[in-house]
Design a protein around this ligand. Structure first.
Ligand code: DC
Length: 225
């Protein structure tokens, strides 16, 4: 049987992961956070102490990489690196910067392509990332590009970091977001861009509940439940 897939792409801090998770919950689909997968590769690179922007140093690491993904009873996606659970460690601020660099390496993207597609072959999924509608699942049943103004995204990220007890200030978070946007949008391979057939949802003025309603409306248009 063919499984159904919903691809959600967009920049950091647009609310993608929270919304994609809630959408998956409502639909009874599996939620796949591909950012977490890229972050796990980044953590391996960071731990190995190699330059994340240098392909010739990163590529040799890929061969021995043991990355696994599992779901807890709470339905949360957990990431494992060489058997160790790293679901928390990959959320560190430092890992974000490294992930942005390592994810620009074509060999890293190729390495993860099949890993991601396999999930869609085996389950009904909501998958979020940067190139899901354009590269990973071009045949997705529903494609959504979720975005928000950089300032709104920075405010949300700051709140998130504060909730986790991490220190940060608005200007630094905003600068990081703009820098990551630039890197993600300008890399030669699988840059962040809206698929031609993706519906656009701008959440700048929307709260979580309103954004979720917007998403559900778009999904219902395309998938008869
Ligand atoms: O969504 P996130 O912040 O967890 O993503 C971490 C980094 O990984 C981000 O810089 C973009 C990259 N990424 C990607 O290139 N492709 C994806 N499908 C998901 C994330």
């Amino acid at each position: 049987m063919n499984h159904r897939s919903i691809a959600i792409d967009g920049p950091a801090g647009a609310g993608k992961s929270t919304l994609a998770r809630k959408l998956a919950e409502k639909l009874g689909f599996l939620y796949v956070d591909t950012g977490a997968i890229y972050r796990t590769v980044a953590l391996a690179v960071l731990r190995a102490g190699v330059d994340p922007a240098d392909e010739s140093q990163v590529i040799p690491l890929l061969k021995g990489l043991d990355i696994r993904m599992a779901y807890g009873e709470d339905g949360m996606q957990r990431m494992y690196l060489s058997g160790e659970e790293v679901s928390q460690a990959i959320r560190e601020h430092q890992v974000s910067g490294v992930a942005s660099k390592t994810s620009a390496i074509p060999a890293v993207r190729d390495f993860l392509l099949d890993f991601q597609r396999r999930q869609a072959r085996e389950h009904d999924i909501v998958m979020d990332g940067r190139d899901i509608g354009t590269v990973v699942l071009p045949q997705a049943d529903v494609k959504i590009f979720l975005t928000a103004a950089p300032e709104a995204r920075a405010r949300r990220r700051l709140l998130e970091l504060e909730e986790r007890g991490q220190e940060a200030d608005f200007d630094t978070v905003l600068r990081d977001i703009k820098e990551r946007d630039y890197q993600d949008e300008h890399r030669p391979v699988a840059p962040l861009k809206r698929a031609e057939d993706a519906a656009l949802l701008d959440t700048t003025q929307l709260n979580l509940e309103q954004s979720l309603m917007g998403l559900l409306a778009l999904v219902k248009e395309k998938i008869a439940q």
